[in-house]
Design a protein around this ligand. Structure first.
Ligand code: PEP
Length: 249
């Protein structure tokens, strides 16, 4: 049976003291044995959130991005090697905000994924279609291309360190959630892609998250779908009570 997995993407939110207090509240709760929680914080807060959550083995910490090179003259950037050296086990790659605002394409995300895995990080890899692509019924094709171009070359061993997050872009931060049936359809398609690439046995173990306006009120229905193993949560991960309710779901 696959573990349940809930990651919070704090984006560029919260002050230093708010981050610490949120992390402490989340870490003070106990979670069931098969649950993994990951708090993806701004770079600046990673170490203190790591410390604040160190007493709870179910809560890990992740970055929201990393550079594709190991080191060098890249002002303002943070490498996967630096994250690994600071004891940060996870990194989100391919979030739609990075794809849109920073023009990150599949080729760059392939390089970032390779570098993150080479440094021993686990990758939470985001994919998802924009509204026009959904309206043109091209969501499966778009997501498959994103996965194929960025992850298709990985070995099964490398893929076992990748969590896939399906995030329809039209549902992120908009209050519009994919219906449970829409989410299940896409997750099944993604699991089939994983099976074709990495084998049926690996596909059974592959963790696939849903993200996009997931809240305490809709999490249970989404997570009850056969191929939905948890969520990547934006807005609702900033309130401890909401986030814990989602994890409980
Ligand atoms: C996200 O940005 O990954 C996300 C799912 O955001 P929200 O939950 O706010 O839609």
């Amino acid at each position: 049976m696959r573990n349940r997995f809930v990651a919070g993407n704090w984006k560029m939110n919260l002050s230093d003291s708010e981050s610490k207090s949120l992390a402490e509240k989340i870490a003070s709760h106990s979670y069931t044995e098969n649950t993994q929680v990951v708090l993806c914080t701004p770079f600046l807060y990673l170490k203190e959130v790591l410390e604040a959550t160190s007493g709870n083995t179910k809560v890990a910490v992740g970055a929201q991005n990393c550079h594709e090179k190991e080191a060098g003259a890249y002002t303002g950037e943070v490498s996967a090697a630096q994250l690994a050296s600071a004891g940060i086990p996870y990194v989100i790659l391919g979030h739609s905000e990075r794809r849109t605002y920073y023009k990150e394409d599949n080729a760059l995300l392939k390089s970032k994924t390779d570098e993150a895995l080479a440094q021993g990080l686990h990758v939470i890899f985001c994919c998802g279609e924009v509204l026009e692509e959904r309206e043109a019924n091209k969501q499966a094709q778009v997501v498959e291309t994103q996965l194929q171009e960025a992850l298709g070359h990985l070995s099964t061993d490398q893929m076992s360190k990748v969590v896939i997050a399906y995030e329809p872009v039209w549902a992120i931060g908009t209050g519009k959630t994919a219906s449970a049936a829409q989410a299940q359809d896409m997750h099944e398609m993604i699991r089939n892609w994983v099976a074709n690439q990495f084998g049926a046995e690996h596909a059974e173990q592959q963790i696939i998250l849903y993200g996009g306006s997931c809240k305490p009120g809709n999490a249970a229905e989404l997570f009850a779908q056969k191929d939905v193993d948890g969520g990547l949560i934006g807005g609702a991960s900033l309130k401890a009570e909401d986030f814990i309710q989602i994890i409980e779901a």
